[in-house]
Design a protein around this ligand. Structure first.
Ligand SMILES: [Fe+2]
Ligand SMILES: [Fe+2]
Length: 244
């Protein structure tokens, strides 16, 4: 399935994959596509097994040669294992934390010169004229070099593994945060580094106008569910906090 999350004229934001591919093993993951004026951008395209289904879906709305940029939230295999095929076929530039640009070439990338390091404080990236993204630092959540990407037009914030659910009831948006909590609690307690890192990230989010939080796994958060997620994360003891 492809879900159109936002549309305003030529600007569209799609949930391109929602963990439902039979080719995907392990934890179900989400992939996102943003298109504008004939240009396209992908977030966390995942492993090579997803390439056939995702490229077919993308072709319904755009074409592979129009993919200008791929943003990687961090270095994990569920984020980046299929990167080489996407880079070869699309010609896209790839943005990821400066911590990981030295490691990615170990995947035998054909075009390592197209990996672009994002500084620790984040950046604004213009992938095509007037097609802008705001990259937020989200370090140690869970990766030590983790980025989030805000589309300022749709106000959808792609958060990588923050807010990620290991399981879900299959709905695209969280309806009832209390009911959803058991699907995210164990993952965040173990994988997120500390409450200090979470609070630093929450300050970054609150400085922006964010309508929807879109994680790499499980349903999205908007309205009361988004506020409830931020409140819960603000007080969460996790990672090294639990060693005290
Ligand atoms: Fe991860
Ligand atoms: Fe992940």
């Amino acid at each position: 399935m492809t879900e159109l999350l936002y549309e305003n004229g030529e600007h569209r934001y799609f949930l391109l994959g929602f963990g439902e591919s039979s080719r995907e093993e392990g934890i179900p993951s989400n992939q996102y596509l943003v298109t504008r004026d004939g240009h396209a951008v992908l977030f966390d395209p995942g492993g090579s097994g997803l390439f056939p289904i995702l490229s077919a879906r993308l072709s319904e709305w755009s074409d592979l040669a129009s993919v200008r940029a791929i943003f990687l939230s961090h270095q994990d295999p569920d984020v980046s294992a299929g990167l080489d095929i996407w880079m070869q076929i699309t010609g896209a530039r790839v943005y990821l934390s400066r911590l990981w640009t030295r490691f990615m070439p170990h995947m035998d990338l054909t075009h390592p010169d197209r990996l672009l390091p994002v500084p620790d404080d984040g950046a604004t990236v213009e992938v095509a004229p007037g097609f802008l993204f705001d990259i937020l630092p989200a370090h140690f959540l869970h990766s030590p070099g983790q980025i989030n990407v805000l589309d300022p037009v749709s106000r959808i914030l792609f958060t990588g593994d923050i807010g990620a659910a290991e399981r879900s009831n299959g709905t695209i948006f969280v309806d009832d945060f209390a009911e959803h909590l058991p699907h995210i609690e164990g993952f965040h307690r173990r994988y997120m580094a500390s409450r200090k890192a979470l609070r630093k990230w929450i300050r970054e989010v609150e400085r922006r106008d964010v309508d929807t939080i879109a994680p790499q796994h499980g349903p999205l958060y908007r309205g009361p569910a988004k506020d409830a997620l931020l409140r819960w994360l603000f007080d969460l003891r996790c990672g090294v906090d639990l060693y005290e």
